[in-house]
Design a protein around this ligand. Structure first.
Ligand SMILES: Cc1cc2nc3c(=O)[nH]c(=O)nc-3n(C[C@H](O)[C@H](O)[C@H](O)COP(=O)(O)O)c2cc1C
Length: 171
């Protein structure tokens, strides 16, 4: 396999750009039954003296069923601009309707017993530490207007603060 393990502090690139410009694939479930969706909201940093990554998933996503059922999942991070059409497809179609993981043009692979994608630049193996649903009453009006205008109160994102258990990179 082309991937090798690195330390969280060795993750190449800018943490904001990795999510906002590169985008990621959140993959949760078992190798026999998993789902993947595109994400661009996320942070990496330090919490409780641990390296963490926080991701955000709305309950309406099929992937949510898997992030709720599993303790661990992966985030495959891509170089800015790479695999754009594949990531757009995985971010607009639902695994409820089709086996998009095997029709995306990307190559699923197993890492630490979880599924991720070979075309990624960096793969984070995450373990949930803490999760909670956004409270609509506490979301600022300007954020709610631009993000949740047509969203039901119980479908705001759930945040998952996760321990970065392992990181894999490739040349
Ligand atoms: C660039 C991009 C970024 C996205 N980021 C997120 C995100 O951070 N959280 C989220 O819940 N949905 C996000 N989405 C939407 C999901 O990827 C999309 O609804 C997907 O079809 C859900 O698939 P699923 O039903 O198979 O889980 C994003 C979509 C795109 C195209």
């Amino acid at each position: 396999m082309r991937f090798y393990k690195i330390q969280p502090k060795e993750i190449p690139g800018n943490a904001i750009s990795l999510f906002d410009d590169g985008w990621g694939l959140l993959t949760a479930g078992t190798p026999e039954n998993y789902n993947t969706m595109t994400i661009s909201w996320g942070q990496m940093g330090c919490l409780w003296n641990r390296p963490v990554c926080t991701v955000y998933v709305r309950p309406c996503r099929y992937t949510y069923t898997f992030t709720e059922a599993c303790d661990r999942f992966t985030v495959s991070l891509f170089e800015p601009g790479e695999q754009r059409s594949e990531l757009k497809m995985l971010g607009t179609q639902s695994g409820r309707e089709m086996d998009k993981m095997h029709h995306s043009g990307l190559t699923p692979m197993m890492l630490d017993g979880l599924m991720a994608y070979e075309e990624a630049k960096v793969v984070l193996v995450l373990r949930k530490l803490y999760d909670q649903q956004f409270d609509p009453a506490r979301v600022p009006a300007e954020v709610a207007n631009s993000n949740y205008a047509t969203v039901a109160d119980d479908d705001l994102h759930r945040q998952y603060i996760c321990l970065i258990e392992s990181v894999y990179s490739r040349d």
